[in-house]
Design a binder for this molecule. Structure first.
Ligand SMILES: Nc1nc2c(ncn2[C@@H]2O[C@H](COP(=O)(O)OP(=O)(O)OP(=O)(O)O)[C@@H](O)[C@H]2O)c(=O)[nH]1
Ligand SMILES: [Mg+2]
Length: 325
């Protein structure tokens, strides 16, 4: 199918076109910088207004959910889909697993948990894996968000497993970042990875039906209380598997959205996101050019000369970058 038709169909919210375009993004992520068709797609989406008319790119509100494996991210995502659908919103879901090189596997369980939405034409659910390419997800995720945005999603939920850098990365993509914790998972505040407090806009203590939930909330409250700044992350208790606490969570998310608008923080975050997007693509293209122009071999020779103490690393880097044009 030609790009023009795919783009037009995606903007009409046709699920097959949306799925194909995200596959295009995912495949291109395996060889960043090399997909001219994707470039056409992004150009069309970046300037056109959304299906409702008048709405520019990124009308969608992006909500990231992160936390340790099994904490209840997918179940909570299901709860949020239901809540937003009740409000008549079109919802996109992107499940990103930086630890898995496979697509599909991670989604299997999620499909079950989100099954009731499988036939809803106003809900797009998609998983993306890293494809083993370093930085592939950082490159692909923003573009997948653009596809869902162009398809007229009002809300996009991004689920990321909180391993290592992932929490921080998802926070940079999202307008609002939800960090989930649960009792009895060795997941107390002390165990939480560094940086988690800083990226959370909303904390969820899920599995509130389990022992230790109250203690975890108290511990979290003590940790968050001294935090200064215009926004103090609220702490919401939920039992996602029963839908309990859904209204509180939605209320906390709405409050954060209002704060983002009023404070100008939304614009700041979106500028930072745009900056990351451009830089990531530029660096990937640079890398692709390096490979195409045989600079890898030049790099090998420079490495040999550096080891042989015939040059210094700065001069070698200058030589590598010379005549890039
Ligand atoms: N008791 C209890 N179990 C829950 C709750 N929420 C989710 N679960 C269960 O916890 C398990 C993991 O839930 P998921 O939603 O798959 O967790 P996840 O964070 O998406 O997991 P990964 O994607 O594998 O990282 C499932 O068996 C859920 O049914 C809850 O509030 N209470
Ligand atoms: Mg999950």
């Amino acid at each position: 199918m030609d790009v023009g038709t795919l783009v037009a169909d995606a903007r009409r919210g046709r699920p097959r076109a949306v799925a194909r375009l995200i596959t295009l993004v995912e495949n291109a992520a395996a060889a960043p910088g090399g997909d001219e068709r994707l470039r056409e797609v992004m150009a069309a989406f970046a300037t056109a207004t959304g299906p409702e008319g008048g709405r520019g790119p990124y009308g969608a509100r992006v909500i990231g959910l992160t936390g340790s494996p099994g904490v209840g991210k997918s179940t909570s995502t299901g709860v949020l889909i239901r809540a937003f659908r009740r409000r008549g919103r079109r919802v996109g879901v992107l499940a990103v697993d930086p630890s898995s090189p496979f697509t599909g596997g991670a989604l299997l369980g999620d499909r079950v948990r989100m099954q009731e939405h499988a036939t809803d034409p106003e809900v797009f659910i998609r998983s993306m894996a890293s494809r083993g390419h370093l930085g592939g997800l950082a490159w692909a995720t923003p573009q997948a968000l653009r596809v869902l945005d162009a398809a007229g999603c009002d809300v996009i939920l991004v689920e990321t497993v909180g391993v290592g850098q992932a929490e921080v990365d998802v926070a940079r993509l999202a307008d609002t970042t939800v960090v989930l914790l649960a009792p009895g998972m060795g997941d107390g505040i002390q165990a939480a990875k560094a940086g988690i407090l800083e990226v959370a806009d909303v904390f969820v203590v899920n599995k509130a039906d389990r022992d230790g939930a109250q203690a975890l909330v108290r511990e979290l409250r003590n940790t968050v209380a001294p935090l200064r700044g215009p926004w103090r992350p609220p702490i919401v208790s939920t039992v996602a598997s029963k839908g309990e606490g859904a209204d509180d969570l939605i209320a906390a998310l709405d409050k954060h959205t209002a704060y983002l608008d009023e404070s100008g923080e939304l614009r700041r975050r979106r500028l930072a996101r745009a900056r990351d997007e451009i830089e990531t693509i530029a660096l990937a293209r640079l890398r692709a050019r390096f490979a195409a122009e045989g600079r890898e071999r030049r790099l090998d020779r420079l490495a040999e000369r550096l080891v042989a103490a015939e040059t210094d690393p700065y001069t070698a880097a200058d030589e590598l970058l010379a005549d890039l044009g």
